[in-house]
Every structure is written in C-alpha cells, then in structure tokens.
Design a protein around this ligand. Structure first.
Ligand SMILES: [Fe+2]
Length: 280
C-alpha cells in the first residue's frame, strides 16, 4: 500500500514536472499579442446646438461635419471625442444629431464627458457600455493593437479620487507606456481666461498622483479651446483646439482668437508618440 502510494506520488511528480515543462514551452511558442502602430484623431469641444442655426455667425454643425469628412479619409484606428459635445448642458437634440452624423463615419470612436455634457443622455444616445459608467461617472479604458488608452471624466470640474484610485489599480498591471485622455487639463497652462475661471478644481490632488505614474507620459485634453503643449515633471499635457472657436490665451477676459476648427492627430509608432494639430 505504502509502495503504491510512493509510486503514485513519484508518477504524479514526474507528470507534474513534465506538465510544467510543457506549459513553459507552450508559453514560449504561444503568439504574444504584438503592439502595433496606432493612429488616433482627437476632436473636442464641438458645442453642438439644438438646431442648425449658427452661433455668433459660426456654422457650428457644418464645421464639425467638415472636420469629420477630413478624418473619414484618414486611416485612423480611433477617433476620440473628448467632451463638451453639447452647446450648454447636454441637449438631447445635439446628441441625436451627433450620433446620426457619426453613423457613417468609417472608423471606431469613443465619447467622453465634458462639463457641458449630461451623462445620462450621453450614455443613452450613444448606447455606451454599462461597464464604462461607474458611480455616475464615465471613465474607462480601451486596448487597441496591444496598447492601452485610458479615459477619465472631469465633467464635474474635478477628478474624483475614485477615478484616480481606479487608474492606479489599472496601471498596477501595466508596465508599458499608456495614453491618458481627460477633458480638463490637470494643471494650469498659462491660458489666462481659462486658468483663472475654468480650471480643474482639484489639480492639487490629481497632479501629484499623475506624477507618480511612470506609464503616463502623454496626457491629451480639451476644454481650453486652444492648441498648446505644456511639459512638467516628466509629463506632457497637450491641449487640443475646439471645432467651434479658439480662445485667446493672453487675455484675462473671454476673447475669441479664431473660428477656425482644429483637431489633433496622435501617431504612436514603436515607442514614439508624435502628435500635432491640424486646422481646416
Ligand atoms: Fe469644457
């Protein structure tokens, strides 16, 4: 009996070692998810109204359609729509029009919430995945061609610490670089009017956490209606212009700098992130 047991143990050990070796070899031979180059476009702050009527003589809807037409012809992997889709407060007519306008867009897109959006109507109209909405906030991640993208929700003018905890937990499993998208820039940007009146309200809490995340080097934002690149403590924050109008960065008051619609292109090739803004 005892011999049998020993013998059984011995066989089990042999099988166990064999299986471990096989498992190891299988791991070596298994197809590893390879990271591919990514081409991303970012449009932001469209502020679509409830009708086709121009705003301050700006053909708001047409400008967005013109931008969309340009991007439809590019081989982009993802279009990021980074908040303030609606003119003032998440008007359902604006969302319905946008959804329809994007119906024939040939590339995938994601929508984020800005301070002029309404989460319930946004999620309903765009049929957003339920798992992307947590605690009444729209924050989520996507993995494309083996690369990780994270999208936060600053629509309350704050980045609640629940989101920062989630981001930290997600990144605990990631060693490689990721891209982060937030509607509000998480630092002041030397844009007088926006910095002084409409900046993210808990920069003091958020920025020190971001600084501690080595995977986050590039942060893409909207909200400020201007093109700017701000580098600080190893991070680069990119402000992307709006498709409706741009705001003067020097004036302490609201001054429209231009009504030329702009967008951002992000090329992520190998280990290099190259990004630039284009205008119509
Ligand atoms: Fe905004």
């Amino acid at each position: 009996m005892s011999t049998n047991l020993n013998s059984t143990t011995s066989v089990t050990q042999k099988v166990s070692w064999k299986s471990r070796i096989l498992h190891f070899l299988k791991g070596l031979l298994a197809p590893v998810e390879k990271t591919g180059d990514l081409l991303i476009a970012q449009v932001t702050d469209m502020h679509i109204g409830i009708t086709d009527a121009p705003y301050r003589n700006i053909p708001v809807r047409q400008q967005f359609l013109d931008v969309l037409q340009v991007l439809a012809q590019r081989p982009i992997d993802l279009l990021v729509i980074s908040g303030d889709l609606a003119a003032v407060a998440g008007e359902p007519e604006a969302y319905a029009w946008l959804k329809q306008s994007l119906a024939t867009f040939p590339h995938p897109y994601v929508v984020m919430a800005g301070n002029h959006d309404h989460l319930g109507r946004l999620t309903q109209t765009f049929e957003l995945p339920v798992e992307d909405v947590k605690d009444g906030m729209l924050y989520f991640s996507r993995t494309l061609k083996g690369r990780h993208l994270f999208f936060l929700d600053s629509s309350s003018y704050r980045l609640p610490l629940a989101q920062m905890d989630w981001l930290q937990a997600q990144l605990a499993r990631v060693t490689e670089e990721v891209l982060l998208f937030i509607h509000h820039p998480p630092l002041l940007c030397e844009c007088r009017f926006m910095d002084e009146r409409y900046a993210l309200q808990n920069i003091g809490e958020v920025w020190p956490i971001l600084v501690q995340l080595p995977q986050v080097k590039h942060i893409f934002c909207g909200h400020y209606h201007t093109e700017k690149t701000v580098s600080k403590e190893g991070k680069t924050v990119y402000l992307t212009p709006s498709t409706i109008f741009q705001i003067d960065t020097q004036s302490p008051y609201f001054v429209m700098a231009s009504t030329q619609p702009g967008w951002r292109i992000i090329e992520w090739k190998g280990t290099q992130v190259h990004t630039y803004v284009e205008y119509l």
